[in-house]
Design a protein around this ligand. Structure first.
Ligand SMILES: NC(=O)c1ccc[n+]([C@@H]2O[C@H](COP(=O)([O-])OP(=O)(O)OC[C@H]3O[C@@H](n4cnc5c(N)ncnc54)[C@H](OP(=O)(O)O)[C@@H]3O)[C@@H](O)[C@H]2O)c1
Length: 267
């Protein structure tokens, strides 16, 4: 029998997860349902992903992907839907919020990142004790597999581990974009047209990552291997080192972590 998966809210992130799932082999074992606020949008997405029409059925898993500010209306909806496991991707909203409103239900809290849109995401996952129940082992595995279909999965032992993952992979795509912005500006200063500056900067990132993977090398070792003494790369890296760029990055990630903890407290 196919497992029934309901997407409650299917915007940016929800649709990205659904698209990755549909493209994976796992899809054959699942029936998808979509519940959206805007019924025209719900109909369009249902058609696009060959999902089934939403009905008051028993769902195996609900993937809650509304914005955090819509959490109260979401729990009201959840009170009237039968389901076995809740997956929430709401940033900063703790599992205790759902337990408070819905009782001691099995919940997996997931912190995905932007990469999910390209099937190359990072998802930090944490399950409450209810979901660790032996009877739910298969469903718990399925919850993990849903996110494996969108990239890599990092289970954390404590819920606060999700704040740590937020500071690295959650906010990370924006850090990468920031470094890319600077590289593009530098290329333009060296008289490359904007289009070329963008192309060479993106290809440089992609190339470096592919080589690291292919050679199975640590970034530091590859960097040292390609940096000839007194050469051009050495000149640039020396500026990074003198200005302590690494320390800036470490401080930035630590601040991001503290902010994630703070936001979690306020929600
Ligand atoms: N985007 C990211 O990179 C990222 C990363 C990690 C976690 N997250 C989390 O992912 C969640 C979704 O973010 P998003 O960027 O995908 O937001 P989004 O594009 O606004 O998607 C949310 C969807 O839920 C719908 N919705 C709102 N209230 C609803 C309700 N009561 N019933 C049914 N549908 C409802 C919205 O419809 P309307 O537009 O009509 O309101 C929208 O289509 C957020 O909680 C966020 O914290 C996002």
């Amino acid at each position: 029998m196919k497992r029934k998966i309901l997407f409650l809210g299917c915007g940016n992130m929800g649709e990205a997860i659904l698209a990755s799932l549909k493209a994976s082999a796992l899809s054959k074992k699942l029936d998808f349902f979509i519940l959206e606020k805007d019924k025209r949008k719900e109909k369009k997405l249902t058609k696009k992903y060959k999902a089934k029409k939403f009905k008051s059925a028993n769902y195996d898993i609900i993937i809650l992907a509304v914005k955090p500010q819509n959490k109260f209306e979401a729990v009201e909806l959840l009170k009237n839907i039968k389901f076995r496991v809740l997956i929430t991707i709401l940033a900063g909203v703790k599992i205790s919020f759902f337990e408070k409103h819905l009782g001691k239900i099995p919940v997996m809290r997931v912190m995905p990142n932007l990469g999910v849109k390209a099937g190359k995401g990072v998802a930090g996952i944490y399950a409450n004790s209810r979901l660790k129940n032996k009877n739910l082992k298969n469903l718990r595995n399925l919850c993990e597999k849903i996110f494996t279909s969108c990239g890599i999965v990092v289970p954390v032992k404590k819920e606060q581990g999700l704040d740590r993952i937020t500071a690295i992979s959650g906010s990370g795509p924006a850090y990468v974009c920031y470094f890319l912005e600077a590289l593009i500006e530098a290329a333009q200063k060296l008289n490359f047209k904007k289009k070329t500056a963008l192309e060479i900067s993106l290809a440089t990132f992609e190339g470096a990552i592919e080589v690291l993977k292919k050679l199975n090398m640590e970034p530091k070792n590859l960097r040292i291997a390609v940096t000839s003494p007194k050469g051009t790369t050495h000149e640039a890296i020396s500026v990074f080192e003198r200005r302590n760029l690494k320390k800036i990055i470490l401080t930035a990630c630590s601040k991001a972590f503290k902010r994630a903890v703070e936001l979690g407290r306020s929600k």
